[in-house]
Design a protein around this ligand. Structure first.
Ligand SMILES: Nc1ncnc2c1ncn2[C@@H]1O[C@H](COP(=O)(O)OP(=O)(O)OP(=O)(O)O)[C@@H](O)[C@H]1O
Ligand SMILES: [Mg+2]
Length: 356
């Protein structure tokens, strides 16, 4: 992995002491503002993240939803500066509020990045096996993480690793700790990955499609585990999923992404019961509803996510939108609109005052 750690300049880029008067508890844990992450390839420029704004409060569960290729993973990896070359954060802010400083992960230098990555914010990926070394036992890998974060000696680290494995529901952890990843099922491995992420007591856990590679029963078990750990520890969770059912079960708030932008966000109930953006409406129309009867028809979102190299002008959703207004939506890029009686925002010209 080759994290891009070169952004910014000065002695300690991205680090600001103090919190400007308000206490830590009053400030959101994470504020992403105008984030841009791009890949310059031989075939052209991919604007994978193209102006994302979002916040996560302490202890909050935010689901990030959207079709494949909308930039969910690249956004999440940008937060931890885990973008491989030729990817690069080209603009915006990723402010992480800690007790004594604000770290802007968009511009922070290596040492500042390491105060956040794996300590304040940890991440769990879709394919646990790819994130683990096949050559080392669980004990070695988990123990390493514990030693790194807590400075524990070998014996203590092993004890703590067994505790962590028990906490994530691994049966007979004293025995299984000496096994290798290939000896474990996908569900068990995902539990181990969650244990590793928890080893540092993060304030935010980013889980990128943590159950997509698992069968349905195991999916439900992992989601239950995440929910109970979240409740026990009070950590915030960013749950990235293309499964709206998963989002509905888990989230307090939802951010809907399309082509590198958050097009709508708000409390789960508001967004799911009364979606505003045509893309959110279309996404929700493509999911079965309980009690709607076996004859209810599902309508997939019309058309396909366009090629990353051919980004539509104006609102990127306009070629697929049922509410398309010619001469407006294909020209003007919508900005987030906030309504006084509703938390969250929607980026659609239908809601901009001068659109009539
Ligand atoms: N290394 C890379 N080089 C060029 N483009 C890339 C690279 N990695 C990702 N992209 C592009 O960035 C865009 C966003 O990708 P990303 O993986 O974030 O999507 P996603 O929303 O996580 O999709 P999925 O639901 O399939 O995981 C896509 O168009 C993808 O092709
Ligand atoms: Mg992804």
């Amino acid at each position: 992995m080759d994290p891009v750690d070169s952004a910014g300049g000065g002695r300690r880029p991205g680090l600001t002491k103090g919190g400007g008067g308000t206490s830590v508890a009053d400030r959101p844990l994470l504020e992403v503002e105008g984030l841009h992450t791009q890949f310059r390839t031989d075939d052209g420029l991919v604007r994978a993240v193209d102006g994302v704004d979002l916040t996560i409060g302490r202890g909050e569960v935010l689901a990030v939803v959207g079709e494949s290729g909308c930039g969910k993973s690249i956004m999440a990896r940008s937060i931890l500066r885990l973008i491989d070359k030729p990817g690069r954060i080209t603009g915006g802010h990723i402010r992480v509020h800690t007790e004594d400083a604000v770290v802007d992960m968009a511009t922070a230098d290596g040492p500042a990045v390491r105060t956040v990555r794996g300590r304040k914010i940890a991440m769990v990926f879709q394919e646990p096996i790819a994130a683990m070394s096949p050559m080392h036992t669980l004990g070695n890998q988990l123990g390493e993480a514990v030693r790194l974060h807590e400075g524990a000696d070998k014996k203590e680290a092993r004890k703590r690793s067994v505790e962590l494995l028990r906490r994530v529901g691994i049966p007979a952890p004293e025995r299984r700790i000496d096994e290798y990843p290939f000896q474990m099922s996908g569900g068990m491995l995902q539990r181990v990955m969650i244990a590793m992420a928890l080893s540092c007591g993060p304030e935010l856990l980013i889980a990128d499609e943590p159950t997509t590679a698992l069968d349905v029963t195991t999916q439900a078990q992992i989601l239950d585990l995440l929910r109970s750990l979240q409740q026990d520890t009070g950590m915030a969770v960013m749950l990235i999923t293309h499964d709206l059912g998963v989002a509905a079960q888990m989230a307090d708030r939802v951010a809907v992404m399309y082509l590198g932008r958050v097009v709508e966000d708000g409390p789960l109930d508001d967004v799911f019961r009364a979606p505003r953006h045509p893309y959110t409406k279309a996404l929700l129309g493509s999911v079965p509803k309980l009690g709607s009867g076996s004859r209810a028809r599902l309508t997939p979102v019309r058309g396909m996510v366009p090629s990353a190299y051919r980004r539509p002008s104006g609102c990127p959703f306009h070629p697929r939108c049922d509410a398309f207004m010619a001469g407006r939506c294909d020209v003007t890029v919508p900005t987030p609109v906030r309504e006084p009686d509703r938390p969250g925002a929607v980026s659609c010209l239908l809601y901009e005052e001068d659109s009539a």
